[in-house]
Design a protein around this ligand. Structure first.
Ligand SMILES: NC(=O)c1ccc[n+]([C@@H]2O[C@H](COP(=O)([O-])OP(=O)(O)OC[C@H]3O[C@@H](n4cnc5c(N)ncnc54)[C@H](O)[C@@H]3O)[C@@H](O)[C@H]2O)c1
Length: 355
């Protein structure tokens, strides 16, 4: 029996509703797979920020260092500016722990209707590999002449050779375990320094993977292709901002953002990796008990995969698919009437009863 030490940060809004369902699914799979979890809860959130002025304690990162993984809901809530919640918790964690890969699978599951409606299940099955440590989300820049007519803001993007090469290399390696096709998201026509550099690094890294087919599209037409031809793609590698936007778009294409999981990976395993849904804290539905917990549960499956528990991960994914395919237990974002806990419970029961 292996026991994994998991740090749990429910965060804000629906994070507090979907994380318990994710833990329930993981507990259910643990009971049949000779694995268990030692959960340690951290109340790091906007609520905490409002009380004590910090999203997490000063030594927060040190407190997390010894865990096998971090299981996160979402942060952000009205009353606390979004840049505070993001830069006070999520981004420092991704950076300090060198979680430079943000892996976001996108799959049309059986039993879910895509708004595009013309693709059979699994015909859409791609993976977005988002650079997670640098790019457009940088602290370099500033404001001048505040509160005058001359006020200005400068925001620098940071693209390093090291940062580009390691994410591109990860994407190519991943493609080798899939359909051997990598698409790069660029914008080298409009952004004349960083994006041509990204293209150059893409071409250079591609040379080491002659068995992998490559494509490159500007982000504007790539967005259009995601809607009209999502079946064209296998692995899509993108900078921090482009990857962030593409993954919300892709989640809509496969039915709901409530189905989109994500992993913040430190592939070298020097630090804990972090698993969280693509979605945020959804203040508009928080407290109503109707948030779809599947993105959180699927993120838990990604955590199992990362921990080397492939069979257990597959069990969770299969249970999600079966519940969607064989029952009408689904939350309102998928056209159903079920609550967050109805869906969580149905998936946990499916896991427990699966042959
Ligand atoms: N990783 C994170 O913690 C993260 C990511 C994105 C946004 N945020 C934060 O979340 C807050 C809200 O941001 P937003 O509104 O732009 O994005 P959001 O993802 O929270 O919500 C967008 C829309 O999708 C719906 N939605 C999201 N998750 C859902 C689910 N599981 N089931 C059903 N519907 C769901 C919401 O109801 C809302 O209408 C902000 O404070 C933002 O900064 C945090």
């Amino acid at each position: 029996m292996h026991c994994y030490k998991i740090a749990v940060i429910e965060g804000d809004g629906i994070g507090r509703e979907v994380v318990p369902q994710g833990m329930g699914a993981l507990e259910a799979v643990g009971r049949r797979s000779e694995i268990s979890f030692a959960w340690t809860h951290f109340d790091w959130s906007c609520e905490r920020y409002l009380k004590v002025g910090r999203m997490m304690p000063q030594d927060g990162l040190d407190q997390l260092r010894g865990f096998d993984a971090v299981y996160l809901g979402a942060v952000g809530y009205p009353g606390v500016p979004d840049h505070i919640s993001l830069w006070g918790l999520l981004i420092p964690l991704r950076r300090a722990f060198q979680q430079y890969v943000n892996l976001r699978p996108v799959r049309l599951l059986g039993g879910v209707e895509s708004p595009l409606n013309s693709f059979p299940p699994r015909e859409i099955d791609l993976c977005i590999v988002r650079e997670n440590n640098e790019g457009e989300y940088s602290e370099v820049g500033g404001r001048l002449y505040r509160n005058t007519e001359a006020e200005l803001a400068v925001q620098e993007s940071i693209f390093t050779k090291h940062g580009c090469d390691r994410i591109l290399r990860y994407a190519f390696e991943l493609a080798r375990s899939r359909k051997r096709h990598v698409t790069s998201a660029t914008k080298s026509n409009g952004i004349i320094h960083t994006m041509p550099f990204w293209d150059e690094r893409f071409a250079a890294v591609a040379k080491d993977f002659p068995d992998v087919r490559t494509d490159s599209y500007h982000i504007d037409i790539l967005s259009s292709h995601f809607v009209l031809h999502p079946d064209w793609f296998d692995v899509v590698v993108a900078s921090n901002l482009f990857g962030d936007i593409l993954s919300d778009l892709a989640s809509a294409v496969v039915g709901s953002i409530g189905l989109a999981p994500s992993a913040n990976l430190n592939p070298e395993r020097q630090y804990p990796s972090m698993f969280e849904p693509v979605h945020g804290s959804a203040p508009d539905i928080a407290g109503k008990g109707i948030a779809n917990p599947i993105a959180q549960i699927w993120s838990g499956a990604m955590m199992l995969e990362h921990l080397g528990e492939t069979t257990a991960a597959q069990l969770v994914e299969k249970a999600v698919e079966r519940v969607l395919l064989r029952s009408d237990v689904r939350t309102p974002d998928l056209g159903g009437k079920a609550t967050t806990s109805d869906v969580g419970q149905a998936i946990a029961e499916e896991i427990a009863g699966m042959k």
